[in-house]
Design a protein around this ligand. Structure first.
Ligand code: ADP
Length: 592
């Protein structure tokens, strides 16, 4: 709004000046001009009867004896001299008082570009800027609506739903709880990774209870002006209280509620603290109120203990990534109102989607539906779902990327190295698919199946390291001992895993409970050395494995170069053909 107003105002000002200019031009009669010397000469020779000086425009008008008028320009300060000369020659002298030029036109003209710029910025970027003029200090909590979301819109989160049903019951009839002398917690923390349905659950609570839903996000407060975060919190809480019963949802609460010592000098620290304090004050304020606050975070461990004290966020509800049954339920939920081919099996699809969240699965079904629509199919087939799954896991195909023959070969060897290692190692996850079509950021991808196991055994962790090294080992075979930078991200993930094995899991020769303490160099060096041992051993194992199975590796490379993608079944068929297996002497296949 402000943008439109300023832009219109600026345009009006421009129009005004143009009109004025045109008008004054129209009024002026153009007189013949003479030089100053000519004018002085004419005065001295008595050819002038009248002289009119205008110091404002520094122009003198002379009326000649024959009645003709001429004008001449004179420099600043020479007016008195000119009039003196005229008086001496008996010329009648008149003068215009020096007009005080208004400062407004100049001021407006110089401010015009700035006004235009501000108008433009507000008009086009206002909604995106965190704090347009009109929004400063205003609550970002959308106007309180009662959501239409219900618990039936949430799938695979039965435990969270069961716990939140208690909140709905309380909101339905608080008197029942109050007469029974029961105190219902007012602050709940929904803890889980992004996309697992925390916002959805919070909306469903409000929808089920038929109460207004106010939403805030912790990250909004952090970089705003001092005082804005606290005032937003105050506004939202008082608006919610006015409603009597309401849900306030604070997403990313860790952005505000991070432990105060964790980032003492960081930017936005003071503002965060003000906001946090305001939140604590507000939460302490309602004991008997019908306002329930639901906070969402993935990092409950970093929260300030003040926030989780009794009476504040003292209940924690876990909202993890769904297990296999949960994934099946979510897929079935999104399958409603969509038509699927008979070959689609959600149980098997759920099995292949370990690690994906509700948001990922919703997106997957939608992608498959889009794909079906694009290809003119009336139903969604398992091919559409598989393609969508491959995109979800490996990134979108970049078929237009220009890849040289040399790079294509290196990618085929690198990916075949991962795939063969993963296929042959008994403790590794089996590869689902391997491709040399560039996807997402990567030149090629090997997609491991994954599983729902929460525990990783030492043999499995070691096998992961060997699989990660498979790419580099295969490159060495292809380039006669040389290699590329292509293994950089493999090394990054392998180093992260190996570091956890050494410092957290007690899976190295350094023994159990080994942790680096900052500042203790010798310990850090020892950990580094132990990580290096694990990685080097893994690389040696990968080399040994691939050299022993060079014929299988070559066959997979050839298949990749011709077909671009090789799936798990093809890999198994090739391995059978070459009777391939992991050598027993490898460190990774030995136990202990
Ligand atoms: P979070 O708040 O945990 O980051 P959201 O609630 O914003 O996740 O989830 C984003 C979207 O993903 C939801 O709007 C919904 O479409 C889908 N979704 C996520 N989890 C589930 C679930 N358990 N059941 C159904 N849909 C889900």
């Amino acid at each position: 709004m402000v943008g439109i107003f300023l832009t219109t105002l600026s345009l009006l000002v421009v129009l005004f000046f143009v009109m004025q200019n045109l008008q004054s031009r129209g009024q002026k009669k153009v007189l013949p001009t003479v030089t100053l010397t000519g004018a002085i000469g004419a005065i001295e020779q008595g050819k002038v009867t009248q002289l009119h000086l205008d110091d404002g425009s520094r122009q003198a008008t002379l009326v000649l004896t024959n009645g003709v008028k001429v004008v001449t320009a004179y420099p600043l300060g020479s007016g008195p001299e000119l009039s003196q000369k005229a008086i001496e020659s008996n010329v009648k002298v008149t003068a215009s008082p020096e007009r005080r030029r208004s400062i407004w036109p100049g001021l407006i003209l110089s401010l015009l570009p700035v006004a235009l710029l501000i108008g433009f910025l507000l008009f086009f970027m206002g909604p995106k800027m965190g704090m347009g003029i009109g929004r400063l200090g205003k609550s970002k909590g959308r106007p309180a609506e009662v959501p239409k979301t219900r618990f039936t819109d949430v799938a695979g989160a039965d435990e969270a739903v069961a716990e939140l049903t208690e909140v709905v019951d309380f909101l339905h009839s608080p008197e029942r709880f109050i007469t029974a002398g029961a105190t219902v917690p007012h602050g709940f923390l929904l803890v889980g990774p992004p996309g697992t349905g925390k916002t959805l659950l919070a909306r469903a609570v409000a929808g089920e209870a038929g109460v207004p839903f106010f939403a805030l996000s912790g990250s909004d407060f952090v970089e705003t002006f001092v005082g804005v975060g606290a005032s937003r919190v105050r506004q939202v809480f008082s608006a919610a209280r006015r409603q009597g019963r309401a849900i306030i949802f604070i997403d990313e609460i860790d952005a505000v509620g991070k432990a105060r010592t964790s980032n003492p000098n960081g930017s936005g620290g003071e503002e965060r603290e003000n906001t946090l304090n305001q939140l604590l004050v507000e939460m302490d304020g309602f004991t008997q109120s019908g306002v329930i606050v639901l906070g969402a975070t993935n990092r409950a461990d970093v929260l300030d203990p003040a926030l989780t004290r009794p009476g504040r966020f003292d209940r924690r509800i876990s909202v993890p990534a769904p297990d296999r049954v949960g994934r099946t339920q979510i897929l079935e939920l999104y399958a409603q109102n969509r038509r699927f081919a008979h070959d689609v099996d959600f149980v098997s699809l759920a099995r292949r989607t370990a690690g994906l969240t509700g948001a990922d699965l919703a997106c997957l079904v939608n992608e498959a539906a889009l794909d079906a629509a694009r290809s003119g199919s009336a139903v969604i087939t398992s091919a559409h779902l598989n393609a969508a799954l491959a995109t979800a896991v490996m990134g979108r195909e970049r078929r237009t990327a220009v890849v040289t023959e040399r790079d294509r070969n290196i990618t085929a060897w690198h990916e075949a190295g991962h795939a063969v290692a993963a296929f042959l190692l008994p403790h590794a996850e089996s590869p689902v698919s391997v491709t040399i079509i560039p996807r997402g950021e990567a030149g090629g991808v090997t997609w491991m199946g994954g599983n729902d196991n929460a525990f990783v055994t030492r043999s499995e962790a070691q096998a992961r390291l060997v699989v990660a090294m498979g790419g580099r080992a295969a490159e060495e075979m292809h380039l006669d001992g040389d290699f590329t930078q292509g293994a950089a991200s493999d090394f990054a993930s392998a180093t992260a895993l190996a570091t956890s094995m050494v410092t957290e899991y007690g899976m190295s020769e350094l023994g159990v409970a080994w942790r680096t303490r900052t500042g203790q160099r010798s310990e850090a060096d020892q950990v580094g050395a132990a990580v290096d041992v694990l990685l080097k051993r893994a690389l040696d194992d990968a080399r040994e494995l691939l050299v022993t199975n060079a014929d299988l590796l070559q066959a997979v490379v050839d298949e990749l170069l011709t077909e671009e993608t090789v799936d798990g079944e093809m890999l198994a068929a090739l391995a059978r053909l070459f009777e391939a297996r992991a050598p027993r002497k490898l460190a990774v296949t030995r136990t202990g």
